[in-house]
Design a protein around this ligand. Structure first.
Ligand SMILES: Nc1ncnc2c1ncn2[C@@H]1O[C@H](COP(=O)(O)OP(=O)(O)OP(=O)(O)O)[C@@H](O)[C@H]1O
Ligand SMILES: [Mg+2]
Length: 266
């Protein structure tokens, strides 16, 4: 009998954005015809400041309303019966469907310690009243092991204290996302303000997550992160996705150089 050594095929969740637009004060900032995220494990979304990247991520999360369009999650591509129309869901239901986003602008954790913030993330799915996590020993015990692993991995100096530096807050937000066990993880400038070491650590956990079947979309201006991490890159400018391709195709493309990278980029 021949041993079967093929690597198991991982079905990757996809998000499709169709004919979707958003304007602010009459100015269209996103107008996307038809794009799919999740064809590849880790996809980048790059483009100049104001291109509409964060707005597009927020449209997917439905944390802002759409002027028009449909955004669909296919947890099992090829099985339309499992599709979920995200653009009809309230944003607080996204995590329940495995769609999770980190924030470009650092969230305010001033009122909770690092540990309590993360315990709250663990409680998100399980309790209608998430504050009960602080009372329930069993859930605390379940959550604390995973939390401790992340806190040690990222070397948080004092989990019982508050996240003080911008970098700590950024990492805390990323760990919060990981604890939600995302099927699709949208990362909006996850490494902005992080040390080189912490950036490497974030890249490491993102690779692990993608290898386990999560679809990752990462918005970044640190292009070393994009070129090193992504299997595919979408280029966005003036509200539209102008092209997609491999990192090499995108970094060498005339339009990307003209509109974003500039001549002589490395
Ligand atoms: N809530 C808002 N009200 C008004 N205008 C907004 C709002 N959010 C975004 N915009 C505008 O929409 C445009 C796109 O912004 P967005 O934040 O999506 O860009 P971005 O590609 O994420 O840029 P960056 O790389 O600087 O983060 C910008 O001109 C911005 O000023
Ligand atoms: Mg942005």
């Amino acid at each position: 009998m021949t041993e079967h050594t093929d690597v198991a095929v991982i079905t990757r969740p996809q998000i499709r954005v169709q004919d979707s637009a958003k304007s602010f004060s009459g100015r269209t900032v996103v107008d996307v015809e038809d794009i799919t995220f999740g064809d590849k494990p880790i996809e980048g979304l790059i483009g100049p400041n104001g291109a509409g990247k964060t707005t597009l991520m927020r449209m997917i999360m439905h944390s802002i309303s759409l002027d028009r369009g449909t955004i669909t999650l296919s947890p099992v591509p090829g099985d339309p019966s499992a599709d979920v129309v995200l653009s009809r869901l309230p944003s607080h239901r996204m995590a329940g469907h495995g769609v999770v986003k980190s924030n470009q602008v650092i969230m305010d954790f001033d009122k909770l310690t690092i540990l309590d913030s993360l315990l709250l993330a663990c409680a998100h799915h399980r309790y209608e009243q998430p504050h009960r996590i602080f009372e329930e020993q069993r859930v605390y015990n379940e959550g604390i092991e995973e939390i401790t692993q992340y806190l040690e991995f990222f070397s948080f100096p004092d989990p019982y204290g508050f996240a003080l530096s911008a970098g700590e807050k950024k990492l805390l937000d990323i760990v919060r996302c990981l604890l939600l066990k995302p099927k699709v993880l949208l990362l909006d400038e996850p490494t902005a303000g992080l040390s080189d070491e912490a950036t490497e650590q974030v890249m490491h956990v993102v690779r692990d997550l993608a290898a386990s079947g999560t679809s990752v979309v990462i918005v970044e201006h640190d292009l070393n992160v994009i070129w090193n991490l992504c299997d595919e890159v979408h280029f966005m400018a003036e509200g539209s996705i102008l092209m997609r391709g491999t990192p090499d195709e995108i970094r060498e493309h005339k339009t990307v150089i003209e509109k974003y990278l500039g001549e002589g980029h490395v």
